[in-house]
Design a protein around this ligand. Sequence first.
Ligand code: C2E
Ligand code: MG
Ligand code: MG
Ligand code: MG
Length: 291
Amino acid sequence: AAKDNGRHTFSVFLPESARLIKERLQLRQEVFSALERRQFVLFYQPQISAANGAVVGAEALLRWDHPRLGVIAPGAFLSMLEDTPAITAVGAWVCEEACRQAREWELLGYQLQMAVNVSPRQLTDENLPLLLKNLVAHYGLDTRCIKLEVTESMLTQDIGKAATVLRSLEDEGFRIALDDFGTGYSNLSYLRQFPITTIKIDRSFVEQIDEDQRCLDIVIGVIAFAKSLKLAVICEGIETEAQASAIRSTECDVLQGYLIGKPMRAGEFQALLLAQRSTPQQADPGCGQAG
Ligand code: C2E
Ligand code: MG
Ligand code: MG
Ligand code: MG
């Protein structure tokens, strides 16, 4: 019976994993033509002011609108592109699409801060500042409205090049956020070496903030430290009212998470903006002021 069982388990397991492997190989083949097939799309997640709840920003998050499989999150395909030249083209497309959308919303009367995630390869690409400079000029945007999100691990890879790229972005007036803060070594010297303007406290801290006093104390401490360096602070991954109210008790500037809004298509995000317009006490502070 044990033998039968083993064989049974084996025969169930193999086709399933074979199917997954096949699916992954197929995705890998398809992902390189997804850009020219116009299958990539940006979703936008709202960021609100802790002070008054107004939507002050959007984080652009890449999605693959797959004809067979539906919407695919970057965790399933980004790494396939990461070490290939294709990531440069996809990254450039993300920058352009985010700028185009920021302009569209600006023309509707919403000057948002548009956050764009940068890949390690983009961060060491000396053409990135010029690409972005040309885009904001083309779309008539204020450079302060575009914020590049980088992670600590990206900064450690090629420190010299990354610093050069970030400094020229800073010279142009772009904002730079340190994403997932607290998950790496949180080597504080990076905050001195690189022109960071914002830190995004990772959702692993936010997760238990309402239950674990130490989590709250850490967040309060990190924020105090960030403020002393005149950095703006965003807390990401807020999923519950209890987490939101714990974070509102701190000096955090901007809130982001499923509670406030999941990443959504541009049309849905726009509906959110328009709904806000009918709430008079929530003035639009513009991108110069928060986060
Ligand atoms: P990230 O920049 O740290 O983005 C936050 C991720 O957390 C997003 O996942 C978002 O959907 C998710 N998230 C937001 N709020 C909550 C919440 O309340 N709870 C939970 N559980 N999750 C939340 P997503 O969209 O799957 O993106 C994953 C990562 O992929 C991003 O992490 C970013 O590093 C990368 N990424 C996304 N778009 C791009 C892009 O256009 N270019 C590059 N290079 N990387 C991107
Ligand atoms: Mg991010
Ligand atoms: Mg993050
Ligand atoms: Mg991340």
